[in-house]
Design a protein around this ligand. Structure first.
Ligand code: HEM
Length: 392
């Protein structure tokens, strides 16, 4: 099997690939669905829905224990539950699950709405602004602070650390990635230590005091779980919010009003925005033993990127996949992953996106982009616009 690209490479940060990604991946899915890249030390990338789902379900041949990103984020410890395989995985996932149940998520709605309304009140008088900076970045960081049990004012540090994480991953600078992870660790230390002495009724206390088989979990696991939530739940939702607002901006007043009037229509719309531009474009596995997939021989230890965003545009799974269809009935997509590691925070992320759309449409129903040019794009493993300049 040969790669159709002149050089065997797939650097998802390369503007040539990034700016023509849909076309590039559509050709790959047709001609050479398992990409070989020599970037980042060499890895495979799976582009077809069925292959991605198969790898995500096959924990014996595709492990998450080596780390979730290519290149690595520079974390000196694992991030359970994500970096553990079954049966261990289920133990850690269960510890977090009560905070992400449908009831727990629904109970967050008033808080999310307050956060969004307060943010909008701060800037609505300006008549123009970047919805990434004004809403996309602050809202998930504030929700994350409250979810963990931190003071909302600490959300600014969460945003800053996420930005640095992005920058270091884009720059492929392992040293600065390690520094950012160390900074997140320092940030969490004080909070974790205070909960050791006096447990509170919050997610961080649950992590601090969690036990497995009657034994307290190690500090490494505590820190890994808390850091993972910050990284997994904040920046991802930023992209989800901004992508969705971008798609809303393409529609006229009647459609916008229909989104406000019909909750089911809004849910379908959010689902389609998340399918169309998956915020987490891909995450990694490592091969265990030798694996043959579509006649491609992969060796023990090879790194593999599961391209959720590509699987979401696979014509074998979705009719007319490159068309944004706001009423598309959801054939389940890969935006939140697949199988046992499927995102724990999916309902919370969708809640945040839905509330942002509702409140933006209520406060500035006629908002429109300042240009018809496509928005500038992020160039890292998270996908979405890097800014959304609008007037209202
Ligand atoms: C639009 C926003 C989000 C997207 C696109 C997203 C995407 C994903 C994906 C693709 C995975 C699967 C990872 C894999 O199999 O390698 C995942 C897992 C996970 N996500 Fe999210 N996520 C989002 C928001 C959140 C939020 C808000 C939280 C928590 C506050 C969260 C917490 C987690 C956790 C804990 C896992 C690991 C689950 C496990 O290993 O069992 N995510 N997410």
């Amino acid at each position: 099997m040969t790669n159709i690209w002149p050089e065997p490479r797939f650097d998802y940060r390369d503007p040539d690939i990034r700016n023509n990604e849909d076309e590039y991946l559509a050709r790959q899915r047709d001609v050479c669905p398992v990409i070989r890249s020599e970037d980042f030390g060499g890895f495979w990338a799976l582009t077809k829905f069925a292959d991605i789902a198969e790898a995500a379900n096959d924990h014996e041949r595709f492990t998450t224990t080596v780390g979730p990103t290519i290149p690595p984020y520079g974390r000196p410890y694992g991030s359970k539950p994500l970096t553990s395989d079954p049966p261990e995985h289920g133990v850690y996932r269960k510890l977090l699950q009560p905070f992400f149940s449908p009831a727990a998520t629904a109970a967050m709605e008033p808080l999310v709405r307050t956060i969004v309304r307060e943010r909008i009140a701060e800037f609505v008088g300006q008549g123009k602004g970047d919805l990434m900076a004004e809403l996309g970045e602050p809202v998930p960081a504030q929700v994350m602070a409250v979810l963990l049990g931190l003071d909302r004012s600490r959300s600014q540090q969460i945003s800053l650390m996420n930005k640095k994480t992005q920058r270091s991953s884009v720059g492929e600078d392992l040293r600065s990635a390690e520094e950012v992870q160390a900074e997140i660790l320092r940030f969490l230390t004080e909070e974790i230590e205070s909960r050791r002495a006096g447990p509170r009724d919050d997610l961080l206390s649950t992590i601090v005091h969690s036990e497995v088989d009657g034994e307290p979990v190690t500090d490494e696991i505590r820190y890994g779980m808390a850091t993972m939530l910050i990284v997994a739940g904040t920046d991802t939702t930023v992209s989800g919010i901004v992508n969705t607002l971008f798609h809303v901006s393409r529609y006229g007043p009647d459609f916008r009003q229909a989104l406000l009037d019909d909750p089911e229509k809004l849910d379908l719309f959010v689902n389609e925005a998340l399918r169309f531009d998956a915020p987490v474009f891909g995450l990694a596995r490592s091969v265990v033993g030798d694996v043959c997939l579509r006649d491609v021989e992969m060796k023990d230890g090879d790194r593999v990127l599961l391209l959720w965003g590509s699987g979401n545009h696979d014509a074998e799974r979705f009719d007319d996949p490159d068309t944004f269809d706001p009423d598309r009935r959801p054939a389940a997509n890969l935006t939140f992953g697949w199988g046992r590691h499927r995102c724990l925070g999916d309902k919370l992320a969708k809640l945040e996106i839905r509330v942002v759309v509702e409140e933006v449409l209520a406060a500035m129903p006629e908002f429109r982009r300042v240009t018809d040019d496509p928005p500038p794009l992020r160039m890292d493993l998270e996908h979405g616009p890097s800014a959304l300049e609008v007037v209202w």
